[in-house]
Write a protein that binds this ligand. Structure first.
Ligand code: ZN
Length: 854
């Protein structure tokens, strides 16, 4: 029986003990791995006499206290802990446990992924390996000896530096690793397997030679070069930008197929979902390449923001994640188009984070109450957390921000600290008062800014009035005003002026006197704060911003606003005649000299999820019809232009550089419009047949799926035949099937879930079918019979026993039922109630169901 009790930030107490060193020995075996742990433990206060160690799903074999074997009556053993009496100030404790990696389908702790042993300890997985003080503020020096069969597992890896190795009787061998940096248990890792190894080296700015190693499944070495290049770029960028250098002699990355998340920053030994390592032009899209680089950077940047300075407790998760996401976003912006990178960050916030923040699991970026920590690796902690860091960066500027980072490391290197410690370092370095700003850490919900403007023709004074509203959220009824940096541009005949306003109370106004006629304001340049904006601007004003704003984000956002306004009208009246003026405005944009990737973004309509956020509660089918009407209208209005763009870029040979990526982006954007018109349906088939790269193949298949075109099945059959042995490509195949817009989709889903290559035990595969259906096929997920909800709930019930973390991720779209019409709310709730009656409900699901149904 799981323990469903909540833990609270306010109850944090330091441990009464420190663990100085831990020596681990792993005797790896499929079902009976023996883990021996020897710890040296110090009392922090003389009155401490009971040490309670965390442990779950372990078989305890033996315990020794100062080399004396203990009898069961000497300790207290529970489902989730082991309590020992501690007599001496300095003691040694030795614990032997047995674990079963093959049956560990939760993929937390030690498990087998493909043929390799592998660990995932964050947040609280180490307690599934041995009894320990499994909390981030307990930092010890780890030595790890790994013993395994030398034929099956030629590579035995752990954190730090290799200090010895040798062979043992019976075809076994061992390797011992020593990590010189004290670390919390969540950063521990062990990997054992047979891999192809790509090596390289990197000389740091102070001249340290670092060996770089990427381990991939046999046969995949050629697909690791992009990851290696990304790693080297990240190392250079962190030196150039923040003066941060790598600190060990070796940096290892292992790619595995079975992994719950993207990747993990274990000290010196990152473990990655193979999706974020492997790439070549035939199997990976331009987006995959971009994401691989970003995730490699993210984990690398954690070596400082996360590992050298870590979190005091898990409520502080955003200390490392918000900051590290901000760092990886800045890196991506420097490596590619800054505007396109920013637009993509904003789309994620608007389509997913805002919804989370308004739903039953709403929480501040520093949560105050947690039942299952794995439920808090959220868009809020990561993405909104990064926005909060970005606002600090906007307020103090890059120079001071860098000084704040310097001070943070000067004060806290080697320690486990809080979000407050970080902000204080920033405030001190930049000499600014961030007292009010700190509220972003404790307040949940997305602020709404309401904007009014006035121009006094007499005095020529322009006034901007901004009001913030912070609506109550499920977790928090009472809200206070936040400190919000608002970047604006004032566009007038005398040019464009940029200003940074700071809103610090419920409403404020600003006066500007330098205009002859009313200026047009571009509001929230660069998306300077994670807020919603309510500001009525005419189509003419928006069109002006689209061409005249200096900030490319503002130009893009004005276009998005035009789309949203049109969709609003179509929702209110399906016979609404969209004015042709829209086509004129868009035609100008299509011919602008912006880079092609940015134009492609400008023509990408806000997605379904983003629009749900705008119009909730909404009937999803009415919304989808409105989106399709708008898309078809634009396609008809600009079909000659789209066809010309398509033809211009159709037959180019694949190249992997920014211009070529932009050409593919705009070409596939044009394709997606043309495909809404039936007369162009064969283009997708031709493109599929002629494509020499995955970006183009996938774009053609996608448009075939989402427009339900006849050739879809033939194309998919050929794709399956070609790629049936390439797991990451088959994930795409399953996702395309799940996104297919045809009335037989439920029969298809049933067949797919019985497909020989489908397995709920593989998280990527589960996500590729179930996640893709719920996310990319809203028309059928939300079909009025409730069949879509039922399909999802059926899968969640199965995943509850196999992999609670994945089950808990997938339930997101059901718990946000309030976003839809009453009938659908009822249908979704029925499924939630059904799931809640499962006999062995996991903590992960229980926490979300209770929040949603209360
Ligand atoms: Zn991270």
């Amino acid at each position: 029986m799981s323990d469903f009790t909540a833990r609270y930030l306010k109850d944090y107490r330091p441990s009464e003990f420190t663990i100085n060193t831990i020596d681990l020995t792993f005797e790896l075996d499929d079902h009976k791995t023996i883990v021996t742990s020897e710890m040296s433990v110090t009392k922090k206060s003389t009155t401490a006499n009971k040490l309670t160690l965390d442990g779950e799903q372990l078989k305890l074999i033996a315990v020794f206290y100062n080399n004396q074997a203990l009898a069961p009556s000497d300790y207290q053993l529970n489902d989730d802990s082991l309590t020992l009496s501690i007599i001496d100030c300095e003691s040694t404790i030795k614990i032997i446990t047995e674990i079963d990696p093959v049956n560990n389908t939760s993929l937390e702790g030690l498990f087998k992924s493909g043929g390799a042993f592998c660990t995932q300890c964050e947040a609280e997985g180490f307690r599934r390996i041995t009894y320990y003080l499994d909390r981030p503020d307990v930092m010890a020096r780890f030595t790890t000896k790994v013993i395994a069969d030398k034929t099956l597992y030629p590579f035995l890896l752990s954190n730090g530096n290799k200090v010895s190795s040798g062979t043992l009787d019976g075809n076994f061998h061992y390797v011992t690793w020593e990590d010189p940096f004290p670390k919390p248990s969540y950063l521990f890792a062990v990997v054992a397997g047979d891999f192809d190894l790509l090596t390289d080296s990197y000389v740091t700015s102070s001249g340290r030679d670092v060996r770089l190693e990427i381990f991939v499944d046999k046969g995949n070495k050629d697909k690791a070069h992009h990851a290696m290049a990304s790693l080297k770029h990240s190392m250079r960028w962190d030196e150039d930008t923040f003066g941060l250098e790598y600190d060990l002699d070796i940096y290892m990355i292992v790619a595995v197929d079975f992994f719950n998340m993207g990747a993990m920053e274990n000290k010196g030994l990152n473990v990655f979902n193979s999706k974020f390592v492997l790439a070549d032009k035939e199997t990976a899209t331009d987006t995959d390449y971009f994401n691989i680089e970003a995730v490699i950077a993210h984990e690398y940047f954690h070596n400082w923001t996360g590992n050298r300075v870590t979190c005091r407790d898990w409520f502080q998760l955003s200390l490392k994640e918000g900051l590290t996401v901000f760092r990886d976003q800045q890196f991506s912006a420097d490596m590619h188009s800054a505007a396109v990178t920013r637009i993509q960050n904003v789309r994620v916030l608007r389509s997913q984070q805002f919804a989370e923040d308004a739903g039953p699991m709403s929480h501040p970026i520093r949560p105050e109450k947690v039942i299952e920590m794995n439920n808090f690796y959220t868009l809020t902690v990561y993405e909104k957390g990064a926005e909060v860091i970005r606002m600090l960066h906007t307020l103090v500027g890059q120079e001071q921000f860098k000084q704040g980072i310097d001070l943070y490391f000067k004060r806290f290197d080697g320690q486990a600290v809080t979000c407050e410690d970080f902000i204080n370092a920033m405030a001190d370095a930049a000499s600014i008062d961030l007292t009010l700003f700190k509220r972003w850490y404790s307040q949940s919900g997305t602020p709404l800014l309401t904007v009014e403007e006035n121009f006094d023709e007499q005095s020529k004074e322009y006034t901007l009035l901004v009001k913030q509203t912070n609506h109550p959220t499920k977790d928090q009824q009472v809200k206070a005003a936040l400190h919000i940096p608002i970047a604006i541009e004032l566009i007038s005949e005398c040019g464009t002026k940029a200003k940074l306003l700071e809103l610090k109370s419920n409403s404020e106004q600003w006066h500007f006197n330098d205009f002859k006629t009313k200026p047009i304001v571009g509001f929230l340049a660069g998306f300077s704060a994670p807020v919603k904006v309510n500001f009525t601007q005419s189509n003419n004003d928006l069109a002006t911003i689209m061409t005249k704003a200096d900030d490319e984000f503002l130009r893009w956002d004005a276009g998005q606003k035009l789309y949203v306004d049109t969709i609003a009208k179509l929702i209110a009246d399906e016979n609404y005649q969209i004015p042709l003026q829209l086509i004129d405005i868009l035609a100008v944009q299509l011919k602008s000299d912006s880079d092609l990737a940015l134009i492609a973004e400008q023509f990408t309509l806000p997605n379904f999820h983003e629009l749900v956020e705008q119009f909730k509660p909404v009937n999803p089918i009415v919304l989808l019809n409105a989106i399709e009407q708008l898309k078809t209208f634009i396609a008809q209005g600009l079909q000659d232009e789209f066809l010309a763009i398509y033809k211009k870029h159709a037959d180019k040979i694949y190249q992997n550089h920014a211009d070529a990526i932009g050409e593919r982006a705009i070409k596939n954007m044009a394709l997606s419009y043309l495909m809404t018109l039936s007369s162009y349906h064969d283009i997708a088939e031709q493109q599929y047949a002629n494509s020499d790269n995955m970006t183009d193949s996938l774009a053609s298949l996608n448009s075939a799926a989402t427009n339900g075109i006849a050739a879809f099945d033939t194309m998919m059959a050929s794709f399956e035949k070609r790629w049936s042995r390439t797991a990451l490509v088959m994930d795409k195949w399953f996702s395309l099937q799940a996104a297919y817009k045809g009335n037989d989709v439920f029969e298809r889903l049933t067949k797919l879930s019985q497909h020989p290559l489908f397995s709920l035990k593989n998280p990527n595969r589960a996500r590729s079918l179930i996640g893709a259906f719920t996310h990319s096929n809203p028309r059928f997920f939300h079909c009025s019979t409730g069949k879509g909800y039922q399909f999802l709930a059926d899968q969640i019930c199965k995943l509850n026993d196999i992999n609670p973390q994945i089950a808990s991720r997938l339930i997101t779209s059901l718990i946000q039922f309030k976003d839809f019409d009453k009938n659908r709310q009822e249908l979704m709730k029925q499924q939630l109630v059904r799931i809640s009656t499962l006999s062995s409900l996991s903590k992960d699901l229980k926490e979300k169901l209770d929040a949603a149904l209360s």
